[in-house]
Ligand binder design. Structure first.
Ligand SMILES: [Zn+2]
Length: 495
């Protein structure tokens, strides 16, 4: 189907999440009209509205779900489901896309060694061999698979924490994102201590790397470059200070893992007599442009510091649960006014990029542990996957309203698990009954990326085959590879 400048989507339900009309507004029989990369209007549909749009834009109009241009407003097909803003994923790792199901039931540091670092190290060492086998760089194949995953689950913009070996591979992730058509912030990793020696940064190296990437990609409309030191534990104070200075000088965000699991937090207390957050504050690292992922372990003072500095938290319940890291006190954070978004983390720990399941678990866990069914209702946790993270990332997205980016998804609601759904149960059923795989159409920046579950910008089948081959080769390699034990606080704490 030919692409058009104007696009119209009409569906039985519309959730605009627009702050202009109230983020909890639910519309029955709604529409969104886009022009090029932006939303022109969104609201309640009527046959008169349809006629008006058809008359005005005629041959420049694509009607989602219609084979050819309908004759009149009453012929515009009403899709059976809900149209809403694309999900905004504020923390993930595209390099983990082939790692699903590997090294499960292992704690964080072991999992990093046995899955993530084994895999990224393998791609580095055997790069030439893998390029020949796959017909493309294994890193590119991995990043393309991550784009397939995101689009499949309706994620139209994201922040990728490009850690460990991947800090050298920004060219490939840029290429993958441009091909996919999503929006991305690449938080370029760095580490100068407590890590695989082969990739430790020399003084000044992490900043030079950012300068180079900024010069190369600073003008991109879809990709932004920011510093993303892997975690406080693997970056000494001088490196962190220089990266924070870079982010202040260049007016960018900065992103880091923080207080993810108890042993690292313990190491900080033993070494600095401070928690990781107190340590970060002592080197002037925290402010409203700092986004920390996880922040599982908190003292009263940590929460106070987060609030006072305006630091933003990305909560990744799927990863925190499966790695046995613990769960942050989200209800308390929200009560205190600490900004919190919900995300998946990489596929290696979350095992998928399903934002609905992440939102569901975030809420279910807090309801149970607080013994209070009233906390974190469906509306609130969904806003933590679109409206809130969009603000974190400085994107004009996450809401269907005029002049916002045309980032729109449609979820079909025809299968048994979503019936009956009415306007009064819509948001509740999306969080409690949907499985996240109902997305059939994805539009990002005004471009259709998924149409009737078919990928339009990516050869998804070819990418998945390549990644299957890559994962099999990695598992073969694991048979003979020497064990990596370089990551996390485990070695330092093992007595
Ligand atoms: Zn992470």
């Amino acid at each position: 189907m030919e692409d058009k400048k104007y696009k119209l989507i009409r569906s039985r339900f519309l959730l605009p999440f627009s702050e202009e009309i109230g983020t909890d507004t639910r519309i029955e029989d709604g529409y969104v009209l886009t022009f090029e990369t932006k939303i022109l209007e969104a609201g309640k549909y009527s046959a008169e509205k349809g006629d008006e749009i058809l008359n005005k834009y005629k041959n420049d109009l694509l009607v989602v779900g219609a084979e050819r241009l309908p004759q009149s407003g009453k012929d515009i097909p009403q899709l059976r489901g809900v149209t809403m803003p694309g999900f905004v994923k504020a923390h993930g790792h595209d390099h983990e896309s082939p790692l699903i199901g590997i090294a499960k039931d292992e704690p964080l540091a072991d999992w990093l060694d046995h899955a993530v670092n084994l895999f990224t190290g393998f791609m580095n060492e055997k790069n030439e061999f893998l390029c020949n086998k796959l017909g493309m760089s294994p890193n590119l194949a991995t990043y393309l698979k991550a784009r397939v995953d995101d689009i499949y689950y309706g994620i139209t913009s994201c922040m990728v924490h490009h850690c460990n070996h991947n800090k050298y591979k920004v060219d490939e992730i840029f290429k993958a994102n441009m091909q996919a058509g999503t929006k991305m912030i690449v938080a370029v990793g760095g580490q100068d201590r407590h890590y695989d020696e082969r990739i430790l940064d020399k003084p000044g190296e992490a900043v030079r790397r950012l300068d180079d990437y900024l010069e190369k990609y600073g003008n991109s409309e879809l990709v932004r470059i920011i510093p993303g030191p892997d975690q406080f534990f693997s970056n000494g104070p001088e490196q962190l200070k220089s990266l924070k200075k870079w982010s202040r000088d260049n007016k960018t965000l900065i992103h880091v893992h923080s207080s993810e699991e108890p042993r690292t937090t313990e190491w900080f207390k033993e070494t600095y007599k401070m928690t990781p957050i107190e340590y970060a504050k002592s080197i002037d690292f925290l402010d409203e442009n700092t986004i920390v992922a996880h922040q599982v372990n908190n003292t009263e003072n940590d929460l106070k510091i987060l609030k006072e500095t305006g630091t933003k938290v990305v909560h990744n319940p799927l990863a925190n649960a499966i790695l046995g890291s613990g769960m942050p006190p989200i209800v308390k954070m929200l009560e205190m006014g600490i900004p919190v978004a919900i995300s998946t983390d990489g596929s290696g720990s979350a095992d998928h990029q399903n934002m609905i399941l992440a939102a569901k678990l975030a809420s279910q866990y807090q309801k149970a542990v607080n013994q209070d069914a009233r906390v974190m209702p469906a509306q609130q946790v969904l806003e933590m996957t679109n409206v809130i993270p969009a603000k974190f990332l400085g994107y004009k997205t996450g809401q269907l309203r005029k002049e916002y980016d045309a980032d729109i998804i449609f979820l079909e609601m025809t299968d048994p698990h979503l019936r009956p759904t009415r306007i009064d149960t819509l948001v509740e059923n999306l969080v409690w009954c949907a499985n996240g795989s109902e997305v059939t159409h994805v539009i990002a920046n005004g471009k259709v990326l998924l149409r009737d579950r078919k990928f339009t910008t990516l050869d998804a089948e070819d990418i998945m085959e390549k990644v299957e081959l890559l994962a099999s080769l990695m598992i073969q390699h694991r048979e003979t590879a020497s064990e990596i034990t370089g990551t996390g606080a485990r070695d330092q704490n093992r007595r």
